[in-house]
Ligand binder design. Structure first.
Ligand code: NDP
Ligand code: 2IT
Length: 459
């Protein structure tokens, strides 16, 4: 990216060094570029940050672990997957962030996710540092016992690096309640402790009410906040939703509750368009399909004749899902799922608000097209922070050994999303970025972390 901000001499130097040192980490460079793009005016106004070399320090993970995960399939064949945990920054609290199990997982993807997590977690206002981990293990097509053996082997190494006051993983792509259960069981067995070491636990064994719902609900609350500032609301809007996993499902549920109409869902094989709208009844079908039977979203069309299915485009190509006429969009699948062409199609199709449920779903080009097109763009580190925020509330409940009601958690979630929204807007305005939430999120998150790093001295 070459904007005025990345031309700040310090920022340019940092980016050049990063690209030379880690040439094979494009997703990490992209995530770093996005944050640095906002920091020019901050560094000019706060000489204490350059003086302490905060930018270079913040780009280096405190610890990046990679380990071997051997496991056996049901036929007895031996496999070896790679396990990772990036403990990126603990200035604000224990490392906190999800685990992703997907064949694409590598150091670059996990470093981008862990880096984003630092600022997202700072925005929640709760005491959590930034981390991320996972494996290139592919859960698709594996039996429950294969998944269990894999999770146990993964935790047999990971357990020594984590702890309720050290590093608290949770779910992400390919890791939901089932996997958290298997990993928690193994951690408990090895350490003989029952603690809040993982979040997203089952509600009978320490999990918070509304943690499964929190990311999707939070992304919808954030969109509602952005619209409210401009006198609008989600009611009556047709909404494009991608993905069909945890985030997409609960995004749909909250949209339906608020009187909006989700009309699309997708998975790695393709996407469905239901112009009559995805209702709560249809969503129940999707939840059973995806969470229990673990099938493809194409099956939706066999049950609901109003819908059509289209195959996923080749990697990097435009996705016609984003070209459908609609007023709001909630990308909730994966990184870089919206490119510049998709963004142009969204603007042409009438989209006025985008709330990023997935992490880094829009390329830098797409973001620029959306912002230039007058679209309200809620960046991932703000818009999807509801999930990790409720994870931090789960940690609080684990420390208290007292569960909260769903109403209490929802009230906290709503007020956290409202405050993140206003903090982003205020930071953007203070540093000359108008109402650009991307810059606001980066600046508000960065300043909290940088301030704590200064307070802690050179560590
Ligand atoms: P799930 O595993 O529950 O669902 C992921 C969905 O995205 C599935 O529909 C999956 O399709 C699809 N998908 C995954 N990878 C790809 C790909 N490479 N190409 C196309 N489709 C893909 O994960 P979540 O819903 O938890 O996560 C979705 C996004 O939200 C991720 O970016 C994650 O980092 C982010 N996020 C999640 C949070 C959480 O609390 N879970 C919190 C904040 C952000 P298929 O079914 O075919 O695999
Ligand atoms: O990207 C994310 O914020 C998550 N996957 C949730 C992390 C968490 O610790 O709940």
């Amino acid at each position: 990216m070459t904007t005025a901000a990345t031309e700040h001499p310090l920022v340019r130097d940092v980016l050049d060094t990063l690209e030379k040192r880690d040439p094979n980490q494009p997703e990490f460079h992209q995530a770093v570029g996005e944050v640095l793009d906002s920091l020019g005016p901050v560094l000019d106004r706060h000489p204490e940050y350059p003086a302490a070399n905060i930018v270079k320090r913040i780009l280096e993970p405190e610890r990046a672990l990679q380990f071997r995960v051997p496991w056996q399939d049901d036929a007895g064949a031996v496999h070896v997957s790679r396990g990772f945990r990036i403990e990126f920054n603990s200035a604000l609290g224990p490392y906190k962030g999800g685990l992703r199990f997907h064949p694409s997982v590598n150091m670059s993807i996990l470093k981008f996710l862990a880096f984003e997590q630092i600022f997202k977690n700072a925005l929640t206002g709760l005491p959590i540092g930034g981390g991320k981990g996972g494996s290139d293990f592919d859960p698709r097509g594996k039996s429950a016992s294969e998944v269990m053996r894999f999770c146990q082997s993964f935790m047999t190494e990971l357990y020594r690096h984590i702890g309720p006051d050290t590093d608290v993983p949770a779910g992400d792509i390919g890791v939901g309640g089932r996997e958290i259960g298997y990993m928690f069981g193994q951690y408990k067995r090895i350490t003989n402790t029952f603690t809040g070491v993982l979040t997203g636990r089952g509600q009978d064994w320490g999990g918070s009410e509304l943690r499964p719902e929190a990311t999707g609900y939070g992304a919808v609350y954030f969109a509602a906040e952005m619209l409210a500032v401009n006198g609008g609301s989600l009611e009556g809007m047709d909404c494009l939703v991608s993905g069909s996993g945890n985030v997409a499902q609960f995004t749909c549920r909250k949209l339906i509750e608020l009187g909006a109409r989700p009309i699309t869902l997708s998975d790695s094989a393709g996407w469905i368009h239901d112009p009559e709208g995805i209702t709560e009844e249809k969503l129940q079908f999707v939840m059973d399909l995806k969470n229990v039977r673990r099938g493809r979203i194409a099956e939706y069309c066999e049950h609901f004749s109003s819908a059509t299915w289209s195959p996923a485009p080749a990697s990097g190509k435009a996705n016609a899902l984003w070209a459908l006429p609609a007023q709001a969009a909630f990308p909730s699948a994966t990184q870089n799922e919206i490119n510049g062409d998709d963004a142009a199609a969204m603007v042409a199709g009438g989209v006025t608000v985008v709330s990023e449920g997935a992490n880094m779903p829009t390329t830098p080009q797409a973001q620029q097209v959306l912002v230039d097109g007058g679209v309200l763009l809620g960046p991932a580190k703000a818009a999807n922070a509801g999930g990790v925020a409720v994870s931090a509330l789960e940690m609080a409940q684990a420390s208290q050994r007292v569960p909260w009601t769903a109403e209490q958690v929802d009230e906290h979630l709503k007020s956290i999303m409202r405050r993140i929204h206003s903090d982003c807007l205020e930071a953007a305005q203070t540093y000359g970025f108008g109402s650009d939430y991307r810059h606001g999120a980066n600046i508000a998150g960065f300043k909290k972390v940088a301030g704590a790093m200064l307070d802690h001295g050179l560590v």
